[in-house]
Design a protein around this ligand. Structure first.
Ligand code: THG
Length: 377
């Protein structure tokens, strides 16, 4: 289906199907101004400050993000490992308990289904911390078809991200010095007032920080309040994934930069796709075929001038000499680079860094852009 974002700014009618989170009362008390919906769950998008202000604050201090919408798909039982491996081309065989692995999920045509962070609890227990698509249904279908002995569910887990250069200091104040021992993309269970909590060094920013996978909603407000109070000396603020920071950092968003029409090679995820002929996963033959042909397009950054661009709610066409050259999916003004920056899919002949393309901006302007590798520095 050809999809497009809604045009009008209208209030979204909410019901039980648009789920709130254990932190929603605090997020609302702190003045959340906008929500998005991800995995049928609210994701705060702003707190009444400009995106530029939030960007500078994130780079200098520390923020609390309600990222409960990063839902967990739990695989538990004797066949959990087999099922997890079938779902991704990333080689999970050497993964250790306590490790987080960023991993593409693909279908039998090597079309992207999601790009979760996979948490390995042990050989028989995994969480897939998903982006915005219904992975649980795919997993249930596969388990049924393969006759797997595995329990699949969405557990009561609500991640809270603590992001920014002062995250270590803030986390130490709540969880003790053990936080410093957690390496990037690893997790540990740390005590919070007698409750063990899963704390990972990870998050949807390049500024460093942690994600706390709260597994008991009843403790949500206590956890938020403890971090909020401990964060006062560090100028803690409520926040959310920042568009400027994520575009600069080249952090991709399923449904925006790519979807089921794209394969992982196009998405620059070749490094997460095993070529070992002994590894079995769904989409293996299709992926090998794509690799042999070479991808028809690739994710890139595009830097373009002119005034601050409007939000790129739908895609913007890119051309070179009036020929289709690809599209932009996300664009934003970077106050640091003093330029508009964007993420997009560039067709094969136009994807080399340094190439000049014309951006058909939704305000009607045509702007000259330069293709860049990611991250945009
Ligand atoms: N954290 C958790 N779950 C998530 C996200 C998250 N689920 C949805 C979404 N984000 C998934 N997408 C990403 C994209 C990038 C990263 C994490 C999740 C990321 N990438 C590192 C980078 O690009 O620097 C590299 C990771 C690696 O090399 O292993 O962090 O943010 N819980």
């Amino acid at each position: 289906m050809e999809s497009a974002a809604i045009q009008r700014t209208a209030k979204l009618a909410v019901s039980r199907r648009q789920r709130s989170t254990p932190y929603t009362p605090r997020v609302e008390a702190l003045g959340v101004s906008d929500y998005s919906i991800v995995n049928h769950t609210v994701l705060p998008k702003g707190f009444g400050r400009s995106i530029e202000e939030d960007y500078w604050h994130l780079r200098e201090h520390v923020q609390l993000w309600d990222v409960s919408c990063q839902r967990q798909v739990e695989l538990k039982g004797p066949d959990a490992g087999h099922l997890a491996q079938l779902m991704t081309p990333r080689d999970l065989r050497k993964a250790r308990a306590g490790q987080c692995l960023y991993a593409p999920l693909i279908d039998q045509q090597a079309g992207m289904l999601n790009d979760p962070v996979i948490l390995k609890h042990n050989d028989h227990h995994f969480w897939l911390s998903i982006a915005d698509s219904d992975v649980l249904l795919w997993a249930k279908g596969l388990a049924l078809g393969y006759g797997h002995n595995v329990e699949l569910r969405e557990p009561d887990v609500s991640p809270l991200a603590v992001q920014g250069p002062k995250a270590d200091a803030l986390m130490e104040a709540v969880f003790g010095s053990a936080v410093h021992d957690i390496r990037f993309f690893n997790f540990a269970w740390l005590d919070f007032r007698g409750h063990p909590m899963l704390v990972a060094r990870s998050g949807y920013s390049k500024q460093g920080g942690f994600e706390i996978y709260l597994d008991n909603s009843a403790l949500g407000l206590d956890l938020w309040d403890a971090l909020w109070e401990a964060g006062q000396p560090f100028a803690v603020a409520p926040g959310c994934p920042n568009l400027i920071e994520r575009v600069e950092g080249g952090l991709l968003s399923y449904g925006n930069e790519f979807n089921n029409e794209n394969n992982p090679i196009e998405c620059d995820m070749d490094k997460y796709c095993s070529t070992d002929p002994d590894l079995e996963f769904i989409g293996k033959d299709a992926l090998a075929e794509i690799r042999a042909q070479g991808p028809a397009r690739s994710i890139r950054g595009v830097v373009f001038d002119g005034d601050k661009c409007p939000p790129c709610a739908n895609t913007w066409r890119l051309t070179v000499d009036d020929q289709y050259a690809g599209y932009l999916s996300t664009a934003v003004w970077s106050p640091r680079l003093k330029s508009n920056i964007a993420l997009g899919m560039l067709e094969k002949n136009y994807r080399d860094a340094g190439n000049v393309v014309i951006v058909e901006c939704s305000d009607g302007t045509l702007r000259e852009g330069v293709v860049s590798i990611l991250p945009i520095t």
